[in-house]
Design a protein around this ligand. Sequence first.
Ligand code: 5GP
Length: 219
Amino acid sequence: MAPGSYIKIADEYKSFTLDHFCVPKHYEEDLEDIMIPWGLIQDRIERLARDIFQSVKDQPLTAVCILKGGYRFFTDLLDKLTALNRAHGHVSVPITIDFIRLKSYENDASSGEIRIVGGDSLSSIAGRNILVVEDIIDTGRTMIKLLELLAEHKPASVKVASLLVKRRAGQGVTFRPDYCGFEIPDKFVVGYALDYNEYFRDLNHICVINNAGKEKYRQ
Ligand code: 5GP
């Protein structure tokens, strides 16, 4: 299968109920269901790491983590890439890492404005092969803005890995990353570092928040 093919989670997909897996007690009342269990996330990232490893070959790579939502995907992807580096005696990918912090969401809606609110200076990316590691692409605005910002600093190349892309109602997928774990229905998801007003990052599975959860943690 070619790199870039996604696992598509259909709109009518029957998610798992909370009693199928373990969720923290403090979130039991706040979740609709479990869309992607943690184990499946891990298995998928293992394959993304292999696809990336095979296409990069032995070119140095700078992996840029988009905080905060991308941090778990980033660490798991890097773990799997470095495992491939250890396993393949004849070829390995030298990896450096950078962090950028962006903010675009208020409650469960995009604010329409993207701000860099912290992280490394982008000047260090000049001449480097960049892999942007993001949690989710929804409207695609954040990624397009970020790619414009990165381009100003003259990297040698830029690829994007996003764990999730959302199929927006009436619009479909707005931005297709080079590597993607899952294409998901148009629902607000939390867990595996994806938050709702900073809550749910401490949940392993990717879940759909319910109305009670939205009310409880609304700002
Ligand atoms: P976009 O600019 O593509 O609309 O939004 C990208 C950012 O919005 C993501 O990096 C993420 O922070 C946030 N986002 C979009 N959809 C969701 C979602 O379903 N759940 C969570 N927790 N964040 C989301």
